[in-house]
Design a binder for this molecule. Structure first.
Ligand code: FMN
Length: 409
């Protein structure tokens, strides 16, 4: 018997030849479940095993750092050499249960590394934040040419280890205002050399990272990217820039492009800017524009909440996969529910304490979801109705008031 949601159950073949069993992609969510030595904890294996059993075709890990001197958050996992290969392999094995793919999202935070983690962050140019964020992030040092080359090699080395550990792909994090996104943005990248200026120059860093990774992992291993449709900042990375980057990466053979948007300064990724058309998924308008010109597998993440919107975005041929983050925390087996023919509406809704300052300082959404992610990692059920104050108090007792200084996206 067929059901309306069969389209979500159709396998997807990627340019490299890999096949994803269905059209559900779990987007990256930082788990903050790394060990004190920056290895993966056993909770990560339990967490991804649960998601794999829940029917998702492609699981993208939370951002994993390529350099221990540049962390985005405390308890990040870092892959710089093979010291954690055993634990990484156990994580990969859990995430490939039930025919799922698991790809590692590789990231470098650039200037978005908080003061308590980096006294001297690096960036394309030595430009600090102007807004209240400058209290949390130090002014970065501009990268030298040889340091840029080293970072490109670090991305490639990490990707090689990811493959060796048994993960089935990698995703370059080029969105949300981190280092790759800083290179793409004319606001953050004021370089006058080959790495700045025109969009061809600003995209050189990401293109070189892609080429170095491809060289390392070979033609058959999936390499994807998460890219901003725009930064939503005056003078920043625009949709036109993004379209050029997608076309260039597609030409070079990228396997999957995930579209998001925003930075720490304008956090559009979690819905601070709803799409003007009122569509459930905020970046669908941009996907339609891209689709007209480029044939590359596309995913949109941000805002999908109903089985109907997911199926109709795929049926319209505008995207190839549906990216989901918060709904999969509340319902780790959401894909299985939909694929059994159930009409689905996620119970995810904006969270607030009612006090704006606290919501902002504590990054309420992030804190609440991290807390639920931790529950799944410990083998517990999520508590979709848990009061937001509970997650705030847990955060403060676990990490002390210092936690309130943390910033991420
Ligand atoms: C707790 C939390 C952690 C996140 N960590 C990451 C991350 O590490 N990398 C990333 O690209 N996006 C991250 N995001 C953004 C999500 O991948 C996604 O783009 C966003 O939540 C919108 O999708 P949704 O409406 O389905 O939740 C995070 C979001 C949340 C809620």
């Amino acid at each position: 018997m067929t059901n309306t949601y069969d389209i979500l159950n159709t396998p997807l073949s990627l340019p490299c030849g890999a096949v994803i069993k269905n059209r559900f992609m779990k987007s990256a969510m930082s788990e903050i479940l790394g060990t004190p030595a920056y290895g993966p904890s056993k909770e990560l294996a339990t967490l991804y095993g649960t998601w794999a059993q829940g029917g998702t075709g492609l699981l993208i890990t939370g951002n994993v750092m390529i350099d221990p001197t540049a962390l985005g958050e405390p308890k990040n996992v870092v892959i710089e050499d093979e010291r954690h290969l055993g634990a990484l392999s156990r994580w990969a094995t859990a995430g490939t249960k039930n025919g799922a793919h698991i790809w590692v999202q590789l990231n470098h935070p650039g200037k978005q590394s908080p003061r308590n983690l980096s006294r001297q962050p690096v960036a394309p140019s030595a430009i600090g934040f102007e807004s209240a964020l400058k209290n949390f992030f130090a002014t970065p040092k501009a990268l030298e040419e040889n340091e840029i080359q080293e970072l490109i090699q670090k991305f490639a080395r990490s990707a090689g280890i990811v493959k060796k550990a048994g993960f089935t792909g990698v995703q370059i994090h080029a969105a949300h205002g981190y280092l790759v996104s800083q290179f793409l943005s004319p606001l953050h990248n004021r370089r006058a050399d080959a790495w700045g200026g025109s969009i061809e120059n600003r995209m050189r860093f990401v293109m070189e990272i892609y080429r170095a990774i491809r060289q390392e992992v070979g033609p058959d291993f999936p390499v994807g990217i998460k890219l901003n449709s725009a930064d939503f900042l005056r003078g920043g990375f625009t949709e036109e820039d993004a379209a050029e980057v997608v076309a260039a990466l597609a030409h070079e053979g990228i396997d999957l492009v995930e579209m998001s948007g925003g930075t720490y300064e304008a956090p559009a990724m979690t819905g601070s800017r709803r799409s003007q058309s009122g569509e459930e998924a905020y970046f669908m308008g941009f996907a339609r524009k891209i689709r007209k010109n480029v044939q590359v597998p596309l995913v949109v993440t941000g805002g999908f909440r109903t089985s109907e919107a997911m199926a109709s975005a795929l049926a319209g041929g505008e995207i190839d996969m549906v990216g989901l983050a918060r709904p999969l925390v509340v319902d780790p087996d959401l894909p299985s529910k939909i694929l059994s023919g159930q009409e689905y509406r996620s119970s995810v809704k904006p969270l607030t304490t009612g006090i704006k300052l606290i919501d902002r300082l504590a990054m309420l959404e992030i804190t609440w979801y991290e807390n639920q992610i931790g529950r799944i990692g410990r083998g517990n059920k999520t508590r979709p109705n848990e009061n937001v104050w509970v997650s705030l108090i847990k955060m403060a007792t676990r990490g002390g008031m210092e936690q309130f200084r943390r910033r991420r996206a």
